[in-house]
Design a protein around this ligand. Structure first.
Ligand code: OAD
Ligand code: ZN
Length: 240
């Protein structure tokens, strides 16, 4: 595959770029996506949108923790791939780069990206269900039983189905989308809102929108360019 000439030219000249990523960007690291490939993630017979829901949190917090403990354990051995590293390099390339991710795996940060706007939280953080306490679990094998400040229950600091996004995250991403020249949509099925609105906002504000995905998505038709392929193979092509 070759990067089309117009896109390459825009990439070379761009000052203000936004990238929205989804589960597909971590697929080549071995992290299963939620959708696509005919599979839908299931945990002990429970669909992921049930076990990862606000309702389940109310009903069975230990079960929710068991699922997220399992995912953290699994992710512990996972390393970033070429797509994460390439996006991290873009920080040096563009005067302004905004990275917005729906992923909770922390792999962008592991690859060197900073100031990542995390729309769906981070699996390596817990937060108190009562007070404003956050707990970083990245460096420890065992999570604490309760909040270190007030003793209340801790919960994963991730957005569950039926919950709002972290305050300010979407607003900031939307503001950056409205002012970028070039917007990449990488490895997302474009089915989950409001995240999927980010490229639409960019497009409406006049940005050139490029999708990178091996499959077509509901967003494909509204993109200026669709690069059909794996993120870890397509993104490095911008370098040559
Ligand atoms: P999905 O699992 O819905 O979509 C993954 C997308 O990645 C699909 O469109 C695949 O075609 C594409 N893909 C697969 N392999 C790829 C590769 N190597 N390179 C590029 N693309 C590839 O994941 P998301 O769109 O991220 O929310 O899902 C959005 C949200 O749904 C997630 O953040 C999660 C889930 O519910 C929460 O957990 C709150
Ligand atoms: Zn607390």
């Amino acid at each position: 595959m070759q990067i089309p000439a117009e896109l390459r030219q825009r990439f070379t000249r761009a000052k203000c770029v936004l990238a929205l990523t989804g589960a597909g960007v971590s697929a080549e690291s071995g992290v299963p996506t939620f959708r696509g490939g005919g599979n839908t993630a299931v945990w002990k017979g429970i669909p992921f949108d049930v076990i990862s829901s606000a309702e389940m949190l109310e009903r069975d917090l230990p079960a929710v923790w068991e699922w997220f403990d399992y995912r953290r354990n699994f992710l512990d051995a996972i390393v970033p791939n070429e797509a994460h590293y390439e996006i991290a390099r873009w920080q040096e390339l563009f005067p302004e780069l905004t990275l917005v991710t729906q992923n909770i795996d922390g792999l962008h940060q592991k690859a060197g990206s900073h100031d990542v706007i995390e729309l769906h939280g981070n699996i390596w953080r817990a937060r108190c269900t009562k007070c404003r306490f956050f707990h970083d679990m990245a460096s420890e094998a065992k999570r604490p039983d309760g909040c270190l400040e007030c003793g209340s229950f801790l919960r994963p600091d991730v957005v569950l189905f039926g919950e709002m996004l972290p305050p300010g995250a979407f607003e900031l991403a939307a503001e950056r989308a409205a002012s970028c020249e070039l917007c990449f949509v990488i490895g997302t099925s474009g089915l989950v809102y409001p995240a999927a609105a980010i490229p639409e906002i960019a497009k409406a504000a006049g940005a050139y929108v490029c999708e990178v995905n091996p499959e077509r998505t509901p967003l494909s038709n509204r993109c200026d360019e669709v690069l059909t392929g794996k993120a870890g193979e397509v993104l490095p092509l911008f370098r040559s």
